[in-house]
Ligand binder design. Structure first.
Ligand SMILES: O=C(O)c1ccc(O)c(O)c1
Ligand SMILES: [Mg+2]
Length: 628
């Protein structure tokens, strides 16, 4: 085995998972972790002995990698110093019962702590000496909010001053990266003097670092800290101990433990591979937009949706050779309506009603992408196919929906030519391709989806938006392929009454809640949609007054926008005009967009208007239904 293939032991702190202590251990073991950090609080609230935990862990094949934290120890006034050393001896007893040899001492946060590195070093040396007599070791970690010690370098200085073989350094990516401290120098610490490595990411937020750390950490790859740079520096030191996830996160505390644990292991596999270790991963594929979207429908929904799509200029372009599957097409947009009984689509329909059950992306190499998904523990799926039909590979997104990967075939045929009877072309309304597909996620699932799209596909995370719905806030964040041919805004809401919240309840889970089609001639497109009686969402006149004031638009530009019912946005890069349809059966809707210049956003400034209009229409319909 070459050095590059060295695989690190993978560990997770019990604080990262929900449940009782045995439940946490079971979840960690079930998904394949090698070890766990026992967080003292989880032990205190467990009504068994440390020896019981040791037995459970052993039975599950889990090592106890560390016991933590031991707080407010070093450089205290003399009377407390003696008490602290006694306290340490009691914790050593627990460690021996647990069967772990390492304890984490985090830097003192007490106001009474003395600012004296020599005292701190002497105290830690004394603790390490006592630990070593019992075959135990002590690791010292700088908390970002430590009273006097808050950088890895300062902690390392003290460890060097203490100069005891049973005392080493512990580094934690969050504490270093949250205060913008440079991890590069960790590469120069001798690897065997680093006793333990903790990894955590976090979204960038403006708040005090203690609250940020205690509530918003997430797994590497889910946040915005440069954890990869941190890990590269740490591994350059020669460290070969465990990599351990230590995540304090309010959502993780409530989410099912196995689901969280599996994401954690994925995140470690990914981090290790990016640092050049472990089994390695195939590169993500290159993308070329959406090949199709598939809707799960029954006979009635198929008829209604086909009529809706017809008003948007889609033509019935083909029928599957062996299944009850219809193709609607315009430009490069392919929409598939699947009512085949006994299929993945019908299963989706049973659970979620009429909705998008699969998304297909064009890639250069589907096999490679599926291999990468499998290496990251994601499910894959191959549907039964008829004679001579193309087998399309797919991976399962965190909500269970399929993401198909379509690569160019050697024959030069498209999947449509291979699997469908195609009908002659007719007139269209100028839609060219799918611009973006927006999804509504159940609350608390954003991190899982981000890890999936970033990890498997190498997508890039965009800015977070807070969109005011009439009944609550919606958080929205797009994730896009590096070439931007695939754009996926992801929305979630704490309130069940917002458009996103209602969608999640109505469809029993995550799903596509709108699909945006691109056009190069939006006014012509809207003219033909109006002629076809497409149910477009009206825009209130107030919107245009505000737009005029905000962007200083010419009167004739403004009156054109208003005439076609267009929303508008502009940034340094370019301009964006867009319009929405009404909602199909309270479920999903469509958007028509035109980008000009280098505009890359999604018109988030206009989302509030859209949601207010949707709410009004919905309430109107409810009243009419009630009266009729
Ligand atoms: O938030 C804390 O107190 C805390 C404790 C132990 C750690 O290892 C840590 O990173 C943070
Ligand atoms: Mg830590």
């Amino acid at each position: 085995m070459t050095e590059q293939h060295f695989s690190f032991a993978k560990s997770i702190a019990t604080v990262s998972l929900s449940g009782t202590l045995p439940e946490k251990l079971e979840a960690a073991a079930a998904v394949g972790f090698d070890g766990v950090e026992i967080f003292e609080n989880d032990l205190l609230t467990y009504d068994g002995s440390p020896a019981d935990i040791r037995r459970i862990a052993e039975g599950l094949g889990l090592a106890i990698t560390i016991f933590q934290p031991f707080r407010d120890f070093e450089a205290m006034p003399e009377n407390i110093r003696v008490r602290n050393l006694d306290r340490a001896e009691r914790k050593f007893d627990i460690m021996q019962a647990l069967g772990t040899d390492l304890v984490l001492v985090c830097s003192n946060v007490q106001p009474s702590a003395i600012d004296d590195d020599i005292r701190a070093a002497a105290d830690l040396a004394e603790m390490a000496e006592r630990a070593s007599r019992r075959g135990l070791r002590v690791g010292y970690e700088a908390l970002a909010w430590g009273r006097h010690v808050n950088t890895w370098k300062h902690a390392w200085d003290i460890v060097q001053k203490a100069d005891h073989p049973a005392l080493g350094l512990i580094v934690d990516s969050f504490h270093t990266l949250s205060i913008n401290d440079d991890p590069a120098g960790i590469a120069d610490v001798p690897g065997d003097r680093i006793f333990f490595v903790q990894l955590a990411d976090a979204p960038l937020m403006k708040m005090d670092v203690l609250s940020w750390s205690r509530h918003f950490r997430n797994f590497p790859g889910q946040g915005e800290l440069p954890v990869d740079d941190f890990l590269r520096a740490v591994l350059a030191s020669g460290y070969r101990g465990p990599l351990s996830l230590e995540i304090f996160n309010d959502d993780f505390r409530t989410a099912p433990a196995r689901q969280t644990a599996r994401d954690g292991l994925r995140s470690l596999i990914l981090s290790e591979a990016k640092a050049g270790y472990g089994k390695g991963l195939p590169e993500p594929p290159a993308f070329d937009g959406f090949e199709f979207l598939e809707f799960a429908v029954d006979e009635q929904a198929k008829e209604d949706l086909a009529a809706f799509l017809g008003s948007l200029g889609f033509r019935h372009a083909g029928r599957h050779r062996s299944k009850s599957v219809e193709l609607y097409r315009q430009g490069r947009v392919n929409l598939v309506l699947n009512s085949e009984p006994d299929s993945a689509a019908s299963e989706h329909f049973q659970m979620h009603g009429p909705s998008v059950c699969a998304m297909a992306l064009r890639v250069d190499d589907a096999d490679k992408a599926v291999d990468r998904a499998e290496a990251l523990l994601y499910g894959t799926w191959r549907e039964r196919i008829g004679e001579g039909e193309r087998r399309i590979q797919s991976v399962r997104a965190p909500d269970g929906t399929l993401v198909y990967l379509v690569q160019p075939d050697q024959s030069g045929h498209s999947i449509w030519e291979d699997d469908f009877t195609l009908f002659p072309e007719t007139e269209e309304s100028g839609l060219t391709c799918i611009d973006h597909v927006a999804q509504a996620l159940p609350f608390g699932r954003m991190d899982s989806f981000i890890l999936f799209y970033r990890g498997v596909f190498g997508f890039v995370l965009e800015q977070l938006w807070e969109l005011p719905d009439p009944y609550g806030l919606i958080q929205s964040r797009a994730i896009v392929s590096p070439d931007r041919s695939v754009r996926l805004p992801l929305n979630f809401s704490e309130s069940r009454k917002t458009a996103t919240g209602r969608f999640v309840s109505a469809t029993a889970g995550a799903g596509v809640h709108h699909i945006a089609f691109a056009t190069d001639t939006i006014e012509k497109t809207l003219t033909s949609l109006t002629k076809a009686d497409a149910p477009m969402l009206p825009v209130p006149a107030n919107y245009y007054d505000d737009l005029a004031a905000r962007l200083g638009l010419d009167d004739d530009v403004l009156s054109d926008l208003q005439r076609f019912g267009l929303l508008f946005d502009r940034d340094d890069q370019g301009e964006f005009s867009h319009a929405y349809t009404e909602t199909f059966e309270e479920r999903f809707f469509f958007e028509i967009v035109q980008r000009r210049g280098g505009y890359q956003q999604f018109g988030a400034v206009n989302a509030a208007v859209r949601m207010a209009m949707q709410t009004r229409l919905r309430e109107q319909t409810q009243i009419e239904d009630f009266l009729s």
